[in-house]
Write a new protein. Structure first.
Length: 63
């Protein structure tokens, strides 16, 4: 699966998006969006997207 390219946002905007995230899934979405804008996923290994999806939906450990 190809993740669509996104324009690179300023660092302050990226940081604010991370601070505004309320769940682990939202944090992963922000990081993936930033990564795709930087070209991190242009040669994505097989199965990486599925691992990210599984990580998004995994429950957080209780403290």
């Amino acid at each position: 699966m190809k993740i669509p390219a996104n324009p690179v946002l300023p660092g302050a905007s990226f940081h604010q998006d991370l601070m505004d995230a309320k769940t682990k899934a939202q944090v992963i979405d922000v990081l993936c969006k930033r990564g795709s804008s930087q070209g991190w996923f242009s040669d994505m290994p097989e199965g990486l997207f599925q691992k990210l999806e599984n990580f998004r939906s995994a429950s957080q450990p209780k403290q």
